[in-house]
Write a protein that binds this ligand. Sequence first.
Ligand code: C2E
Ligand code: CA
Ligand code: CA
Length: 651
Amino acid sequence: MPEMQLAQFHAVTKQAALFYATFWLNTSSIAYSFYGVAPDWLVLPPICVLTPVCLLRTLHYRRRQSDAIEIEEAVRRLRVLTRFVHHIMTAVAIWCITLSQFGDQTTDLKILCFVILQALCNTFGLMHIPATALRAAVPFSLVGLYFLLFKGPDTQLASLTFLVMSNVAVTLSIIYYDVLLSRVLQHHQLKRLGDENLRLANTDLLTGLPNRRNFLQKLEAELAAPGAALDRMHLVLIDLDGFKPVNDTYGHLAGDKVLKEVGRRLSAFQERCEVARLGGDEFGIVLYGDRPAALRQAEEIARSLRQTYMLAQGCVNVGATLGIANAGEAKGEMLELMENADYALYEGKAAGRNQTVTFDLGHETALHHRNRMEQTLRDADLEAELSLQFQPIVCAASGQPVMFEALARWQSPLLGAVPPQNFIAMAEATDLIGHLTKILFAKALSAATLWPSGIGLSFNLSAQDLVNSETTAMVSQAIEAAGIEPGRITFELTEGGLIRDFAVAQATLQALKGLGVSLAIDDFGTGYSSLTYVHRLPIDKLKIDRSFVTELEESTACRDIVTSIIGLCRSQGLECVAEGVETEGQGQLLRSLGCDLLQGYGPGRPMWEKDIAGFIAAAEGERAASARQEPPTATAADRSAASAALEWNFA
Ligand code: C2E
Ligand code: CA
Ligand code: CA
């Protein structure tokens, strides 16, 4: 294991200086003991060679102690050290045996004493490299053996003790080595686990791409790098179009397969740019180069994502909308850059599927406006500034109002009248929607309690309300507090809201239904898979989107769609409401097609609460007159003119 060898090398280096110093001291004391006893040529030259060698090795190790070293180099040096130690110890052992020819028993014991000390030094000094320690021990064991065989009884006893001791020492060093080995292994495993954890924390497990956290960290570092070419850096946010239906229709496994394939296609661009999965069906890319080149590259990526995906269940087509923002324009601020790219993406989504939108000056102004609106909405006294208009929904056959749809209005002291599409979308994006819905619903209920008991209230719930676990409790409390019959209330839901998280929305709808209210799908026909939901949800009503009604008289395609929706309602036992009915012709046609209810500027424009009683009374008068076959007191034209005067003005 390379890490083990590196650890061995560092451990040996630490005690090398001490090892050479003791070795020199030992050999010097032997030389000193034999000076004048043995011939000078046998005593002096060895010590003259050993002194500079030991000094140089000591200095060498002292200097290199803190050096960082590659594993291969450490292994090489350990090998050199083993050879060196073996040769030098063999030479010293031979020197000792030769010297012992000249002394007496005292000098023999001195040699033995040296051999014991040096053997101990070798064993403990080299205990981290037991192979080397063993090779260093062999020559000294031979000296011990030589003394045991050829010297007097006292020396023999000491030699025997030495041989036993050196064996014990070597065994101890091997045990110590095992401990060291297990420690290094443990450390190595911990490090590997740590590395793996770090990798997992930075990787999206499904696609294998870097995850959001990793992407943002890298992006932040790149933006902050000194001398970063911000103008040549572009952030691209990608959102898949039509991914959700794949998930809902074919199941999550199929959805995962599509995401994996998206990851695979994106990773083909990884050499040229940073790619990551930011979550769900959202991906992020950092592109480099001038603007036209970045746009070209983004288009290339989009084309690759739009190619057909092959699943076991069949082929699916998923689109991609891209929002691009330049880092220079965001002044290198990560949050601003993200916000700009996100805004471009949002614009792309609003413009339809498969768009690539680059953040520009126009967007900057709009974003500034949006931010101002967001802040104003956050600071607003919503209880005072929000109000409701009510638009009648009439029976197609009799023209009598059946219910009123509550339509939110925000009169901001700072911004003036803000269109509901704008502030509702803003409230949804900022999680203020729950608060807004609560205020509006209470206001709507307080108005509806004053209406005749046969007149219902239709109230719009936003997509967010459907996935909010508190909605049902809020609704139930408000209904109870108002003391209104739940059967008079209808909630309008858009398909967009239903598909955001179908399972959760389904649960909310079941819970709402349990309260006794009715449910309607709003803007029906504009979603991409409308029919799928009708069977699976406890729906009572479909509201045909205005776009089909507007062109009803001119377009046969629209008429066919409306006819089939009405047919669907019939077969499913649902009520059918046509929205956006403006002309008498449209009303008549819808009536002849069998539509149950009509809503639009024709039957009545949205009106304030105070005008509802008059509207109902006028309609009642009309009904009574037609029952008596008398000319009506107020004509439809009068009524339309009256409600036109109430029209909400967004100036
Ligand atoms: P929606 O639910 O489809 O409401 C109908 C919209 O169509 C209303 O616009 C209404 O004024 C308009 N409209 C009705 N009849 C006609 C017609 O004959 N011709 C034309 N051209 N338009 C007609 P409004 O009030 O601006 O509301 C727009 C959208 O804002 C609503 O669409 C709804 O999605 C949302 N909204 C309004 N109030 C609320 C609310 O209290 N909560 C939630 N979540 N959304 C709301
Ligand atoms: Ca509606
Ligand atoms: Ca609608």
